[in-house]
Design a protein around this ligand. Structure first.
Ligand SMILES: [Zn+2]
Length: 284
Protein backbone atom coordinates (compact mmCIF):
# COMPACT_ATOMS: atom_id res chain seq x y z
CA UNK A 1 0.00 0.00 0.00
CA UNK A 2 2.87 2.35 0.84
CA UNK A 3 4.48 1.78 -2.54
CA UNK A 4 1.18 2.58 -4.26
CA UNK A 5 1.03 5.86 -2.37
CA UNK A 6 4.64 6.68 -3.27
CA UNK A 7 3.95 5.90 -6.92
CA UNK A 8 0.89 8.14 -6.83
CA UNK A 9 2.96 10.85 -5.23
CA UNK A 10 5.55 10.66 -8.00
CA UNK A 11 2.80 10.63 -10.62
CA UNK A 12 1.15 13.71 -9.09
CA UNK A 13 4.51 15.41 -8.80
CA UNK A 14 5.20 14.81 -12.49
CA UNK A 15 1.76 16.07 -13.39
CA UNK A 16 2.27 19.25 -11.39
CA UNK A 17 5.67 19.80 -12.96
CA UNK A 18 4.32 19.20 -16.45
CA UNK A 19 1.57 21.67 -15.76
CA UNK A 20 3.90 24.28 -14.30
CA UNK A 21 6.50 24.26 -17.06
CA UNK A 22 4.49 25.50 -20.04
CA UNK A 23 2.97 28.24 -17.91
CA UNK A 24 6.42 29.48 -16.94
CA UNK A 25 7.58 29.27 -20.53
CA UNK A 26 4.63 31.12 -21.90
CA UNK A 27 5.13 33.91 -19.38
CA UNK A 28 8.72 34.21 -20.57
CA UNK A 29 7.58 34.38 -24.17
CA UNK A 30 4.98 36.97 -23.27
CA UNK A 31 7.55 39.18 -21.57
CA UNK A 32 9.88 38.87 -24.57
CA UNK A 33 7.12 39.92 -26.87
CA UNK A 34 6.28 42.88 -24.68
CA UNK A 35 9.77 44.29 -25.12
CA UNK A 36 9.83 43.76 -28.86
CA UNK A 37 6.52 45.34 -29.72
CA UNK A 38 6.27 49.09 -29.96
CA UNK A 39 2.56 49.63 -29.64
CA UNK A 40 1.44 48.52 -26.22
CA UNK A 41 -1.85 47.16 -27.46
CA UNK A 42 -0.16 44.60 -29.71
CA UNK A 43 1.27 42.85 -26.73
CA UNK A 44 -2.07 42.20 -25.14
CA UNK A 45 -2.33 38.56 -26.09
CA UNK A 46 -5.27 37.76 -23.93
CA UNK A 47 -8.21 40.13 -23.87
CA UNK A 48 -9.23 38.75 -20.49
CA UNK A 49 -6.10 40.37 -19.06
CA UNK A 50 -7.10 43.79 -20.31
CA UNK A 51 -8.84 46.32 -18.16
CA UNK A 52 -11.57 48.59 -19.46
CA UNK A 53 -9.25 51.42 -20.46
CA UNK A 54 -6.88 49.04 -22.28
CA UNK A 55 -9.86 47.76 -24.24
CA UNK A 56 -10.96 51.29 -25.12
CA UNK A 57 -7.49 52.38 -26.25
CA UNK A 58 -7.14 49.20 -28.31
CA UNK A 59 -10.37 49.97 -30.16
CA UNK A 60 -9.57 53.69 -30.49
CA UNK A 61 -6.01 53.11 -31.71
CA UNK A 62 -6.83 54.21 -35.25
CA UNK A 63 -9.53 56.64 -34.23
CA UNK A 64 -9.59 59.81 -36.29
CA UNK A 65 -11.78 62.53 -34.87
CA UNK A 66 -14.87 63.25 -36.98
CA UNK A 67 -15.02 66.78 -38.37
CA UNK A 68 -15.54 69.41 -35.70
CA UNK A 69 -14.39 67.12 -32.87
CA UNK A 70 -11.15 66.47 -31.10
CA UNK A 71 -10.28 63.79 -28.57
CA UNK A 72 -8.31 64.06 -25.39
CA UNK A 73 -7.06 61.37 -23.04
CA UNK A 74 -7.94 58.80 -25.70
CA UNK A 75 -11.73 58.85 -25.50
CA UNK A 76 -13.11 62.20 -24.30
CA UNK A 77 -14.67 64.13 -27.18
CA UNK A 78 -14.52 67.91 -27.34
CA UNK A 79 -16.37 70.00 -29.85
CA UNK A 80 -14.70 72.95 -31.58
CA UNK A 81 -18.09 74.55 -31.92
CA UNK A 82 -18.92 74.52 -28.25
CA UNK A 83 -16.18 76.02 -26.12
CA UNK A 84 -13.82 73.55 -24.50
CA UNK A 85 -15.82 71.73 -21.91
CA UNK A 86 -14.27 72.06 -18.52
CA UNK A 87 -17.50 71.87 -16.58
CA UNK A 88 -17.02 75.05 -14.52
CA UNK A 89 -19.24 75.23 -11.46
CA UNK A 90 -20.64 71.83 -12.35
CA UNK A 91 -22.54 73.42 -15.23
CA UNK A 92 -22.30 70.17 -17.14
CA UNK A 93 -24.07 68.01 -14.57
CA UNK A 94 -27.36 66.39 -15.43
CA UNK A 95 -30.19 68.05 -13.50
CA UNK A 96 -31.66 66.46 -10.43
CA UNK A 97 -35.36 65.79 -10.42
CA UNK A 98 -37.63 66.75 -7.50
CA UNK A 99 -37.97 63.04 -6.66
CA UNK A 100 -34.24 62.91 -5.89
CA UNK A 101 -33.23 60.99 -9.01
CA UNK A 102 -31.01 62.21 -11.80
CA UNK A 103 -32.58 61.11 -15.06
CA UNK A 104 -30.29 60.69 -18.05
CA UNK A 105 -32.44 60.23 -21.16
CA UNK A 106 -30.95 58.23 -24.02
CA UNK A 107 -31.73 56.87 -27.44
CA UNK A 108 -30.09 53.69 -28.72
CA UNK A 109 -29.21 53.28 -32.37
CA UNK A 110 -31.34 50.67 -34.21
CA UNK A 111 -28.04 49.32 -35.56
CA UNK A 112 -27.42 47.52 -32.26
CA UNK A 113 -28.59 43.92 -31.95
CA UNK A 114 -30.19 42.39 -28.85
CA UNK A 115 -26.89 41.32 -27.30
CA UNK A 116 -25.44 44.80 -27.80
CA UNK A 117 -28.47 46.34 -26.14
CA UNK A 118 -28.18 44.00 -23.16
CA UNK A 119 -24.48 44.86 -22.76
CA UNK A 120 -25.15 48.61 -22.91
CA UNK A 121 -28.10 48.38 -20.53
CA UNK A 122 -26.01 46.32 -18.12
CA UNK A 123 -23.49 49.16 -18.09
CA UNK A 124 -26.32 51.54 -17.24
CA UNK A 125 -27.68 49.28 -14.51
CA UNK A 126 -24.25 48.87 -12.93
CA UNK A 127 -24.31 52.64 -12.37
CA UNK A 128 -27.98 53.11 -11.53
CA UNK A 129 -28.20 50.21 -9.06
CA UNK A 130 -25.71 51.96 -6.76
CA UNK A 131 -26.57 55.61 -7.31
CA UNK A 132 -29.47 58.01 -7.86
CA UNK A 133 -28.65 58.21 -11.59
CA UNK A 134 -31.27 56.54 -13.76
CA UNK A 135 -30.92 56.07 -17.50
CA UNK A 136 -34.30 56.34 -19.20
CA UNK A 137 -35.34 55.98 -22.84
CA UNK A 138 -35.88 59.49 -24.18
CA UNK A 139 -39.43 60.65 -24.81
CA UNK A 140 -39.40 64.43 -25.19
CA UNK A 141 -36.35 65.64 -23.23
CA UNK A 142 -34.20 68.26 -24.94
CA UNK A 143 -30.86 66.95 -23.61
CA UNK A 144 -30.06 63.28 -24.09
CA UNK A 145 -27.40 60.72 -24.98
CA UNK A 146 -27.51 59.53 -28.57
CA UNK A 147 -25.77 56.15 -28.26
CA UNK A 148 -24.40 55.02 -31.61
CA UNK A 149 -21.97 52.41 -32.93
CA UNK A 150 -19.65 55.01 -34.47
CA UNK A 151 -15.92 54.32 -34.81
CA UNK A 152 -14.40 53.83 -31.35
CA UNK A 153 -15.56 54.12 -27.74
CA UNK A 154 -15.91 57.75 -26.68
CA UNK A 155 -18.09 60.31 -24.96
CA UNK A 156 -18.31 64.01 -24.27
CA UNK A 157 -17.58 65.16 -20.73
CA UNK A 158 -20.75 65.83 -18.77
CA UNK A 159 -23.99 67.06 -20.22
CA UNK A 160 -23.36 69.24 -23.26
CA UNK A 161 -27.00 70.20 -23.88
CA UNK A 162 -29.13 68.95 -26.72
CA UNK A 163 -28.36 65.67 -28.43
CA UNK A 164 -24.90 64.38 -27.54
CA UNK A 165 -23.31 61.42 -29.25
CA UNK A 166 -21.81 58.66 -27.15
CA UNK A 167 -20.07 56.12 -29.36
CA UNK A 168 -19.90 52.43 -28.48
CA UNK A 169 -18.58 50.61 -31.51
CA UNK A 170 -19.74 47.06 -31.95
CA UNK A 171 -18.22 44.63 -31.24
CA UNK A 172 -15.08 46.45 -29.98
CA UNK A 173 -16.74 48.42 -27.19
CA UNK A 174 -19.35 45.81 -26.28
CA UNK A 175 -18.34 45.26 -22.70
CA UNK A 176 -20.63 46.53 -19.96
CA UNK A 177 -17.54 47.94 -18.18
CA UNK A 178 -16.59 49.93 -21.29
CA UNK A 179 -20.16 51.24 -21.55
CA UNK A 180 -20.11 52.22 -17.85
CA UNK A 181 -16.76 53.98 -18.38
CA UNK A 182 -18.18 56.13 -21.18
CA UNK A 183 -21.34 56.82 -19.16
CA UNK A 184 -19.15 58.08 -16.32
CA UNK A 185 -17.52 60.54 -18.75
CA UNK A 186 -21.03 61.63 -19.76
CA UNK A 187 -21.79 62.14 -16.05
CA UNK A 188 -18.79 64.47 -15.78
CA UNK A 189 -15.87 62.29 -14.67
CA UNK A 190 -12.38 62.39 -16.17
CA UNK A 191 -9.86 59.57 -15.87
CA UNK A 192 -8.71 58.71 -12.38
CA UNK A 193 -5.01 59.29 -13.10
CA UNK A 194 -5.85 62.80 -14.34
CA UNK A 195 -6.84 63.82 -10.80
CA UNK A 196 -5.13 66.92 -9.49
CA UNK A 197 -3.65 64.88 -6.60
CA UNK A 198 -2.46 61.90 -8.65
CA UNK A 199 1.25 62.53 -8.10
CA UNK A 200 0.85 61.34 -4.52
CA UNK A 201 -0.37 57.96 -5.75
CA UNK A 202 1.25 57.17 -9.10
CA UNK A 203 4.48 57.92 -10.90
CA UNK A 204 4.03 58.85 -14.55
CA UNK A 205 6.98 57.40 -16.47
CA UNK A 206 7.25 60.16 -19.09
CA UNK A 207 10.13 58.59 -20.99
CA UNK A 208 8.02 55.50 -21.77
CA UNK A 209 5.10 57.44 -23.27
CA UNK A 210 4.72 57.81 -27.03
CA UNK A 211 5.67 61.44 -27.73
CA UNK A 212 2.42 62.26 -29.49
CA UNK A 213 0.44 61.04 -26.50
CA UNK A 214 2.22 62.93 -23.70
CA UNK A 215 -0.73 65.32 -23.56
CA UNK A 216 -3.01 62.48 -22.50
CA UNK A 217 -1.26 62.39 -19.13
CA UNK A 218 -1.86 65.99 -18.15
CA UNK A 219 -3.40 66.54 -14.75
CA UNK A 220 -6.81 68.20 -14.65
CA UNK A 221 -8.17 70.64 -12.14
CA UNK A 222 -10.53 68.06 -10.70
CA UNK A 223 -12.97 68.12 -7.86
CA UNK A 224 -11.83 65.03 -6.00
CA UNK A 225 -14.98 64.91 -3.90
CA UNK A 226 -13.03 64.17 -0.73
CA UNK A 227 -12.74 60.60 -1.91
CA UNK A 228 -9.56 58.54 -1.84
CA UNK A 229 -7.52 57.85 -4.97
CA UNK A 230 -8.91 54.68 -6.51
CA UNK A 231 -6.49 52.35 -8.29
CA UNK A 232 -9.40 50.02 -9.09
CA UNK A 233 -11.56 52.73 -10.68
CA UNK A 234 -13.13 51.81 -13.98
CA UNK A 235 -11.82 55.26 -15.02
CA UNK A 236 -8.13 54.42 -14.49
CA UNK A 237 -5.67 53.99 -17.37
CA UNK A 238 -3.85 50.68 -17.46
CA UNK A 239 -0.21 50.37 -16.45
CA UNK A 240 0.99 50.39 -20.06
CA UNK A 241 -1.34 53.04 -21.54
CA UNK A 242 0.26 54.80 -24.55
CA UNK A 243 3.55 52.99 -23.98
CA UNK A 244 6.26 53.65 -26.56
CA UNK A 245 8.13 50.37 -26.22
CA UNK A 246 6.12 48.21 -23.85
CA UNK A 247 7.51 49.70 -20.63
CA UNK A 248 5.05 50.84 -17.97
CA UNK A 249 3.79 54.41 -18.17
CA UNK A 250 2.01 54.46 -14.81
CA UNK A 251 3.49 52.94 -11.65
CA UNK A 252 1.55 53.03 -8.38
CA UNK A 253 3.35 54.22 -5.30
CA UNK A 254 4.56 53.37 -2.81
CA UNK A 255 3.63 49.77 -3.79
CA UNK A 256 4.31 49.38 -7.53
CA UNK A 257 2.47 46.06 -7.65
CA UNK A 258 -0.99 47.31 -6.74
CA UNK A 259 -3.30 46.22 -9.60
CA UNK A 260 -4.61 49.15 -11.65
CA UNK A 261 -7.99 49.43 -13.32
CA UNK A 262 -10.43 46.63 -13.82
CA UNK A 263 -12.80 45.28 -16.38
CA UNK A 264 -15.99 44.45 -14.51
CA UNK A 265 -17.53 47.87 -14.12
CA UNK A 266 -17.67 50.77 -11.68
CA UNK A 267 -15.84 50.17 -8.40
CA UNK A 268 -17.50 50.85 -5.04
CA UNK A 269 -15.58 54.14 -4.93
CA UNK A 270 -16.72 55.05 -8.47
CA UNK A 271 -20.33 54.68 -7.33
CA UNK A 272 -19.55 56.61 -4.15
CA UNK A 273 -18.14 59.48 -6.23
CA UNK A 274 -21.23 59.60 -8.44
CA UNK A 275 -23.36 59.76 -5.30
CA UNK A 276 -21.27 62.63 -3.93
CA UNK A 277 -21.11 64.59 -7.21
CA UNK A 278 -24.87 64.34 -7.70
CA UNK A 279 -25.68 64.72 -4.05
CA UNK A 280 -27.65 61.47 -4.07
CA UNK A 281 -29.64 60.73 -0.96
CA UNK A 282 -30.30 64.41 -0.30
CA UNK A 283 -33.60 65.51 -1.81
CA UNK A 284 -33.65 69.14 -2.66
ZN1 LIG B 1 -12.20 57.35 -20.88
Amino acid sequence: MNSTMILMGIFLGLLTQAYALPVKNSTGLFEGKVRLKRKYSDEMLDRDEMNVMDQILEVNRRLRAPRGLTFREGDIATSFVRSAITCPDNACLWPKSVDGFVYVPYILSPLYDDMDRITIETGMQDISSGTCVKFIPRTHEGSFLDIQPRYGCWSFLGQTGGSQTLSLQTPGCMWSGVAAHEFMHALGFVHEQSRSDRDHYVTIVWKNIMAEHIHNFRKQATNNLNSPYDYSSVMHYGRYAFSEDGGPTIIPKPDPYIPIGQRDGPSALDLHKINVLYNCGANE
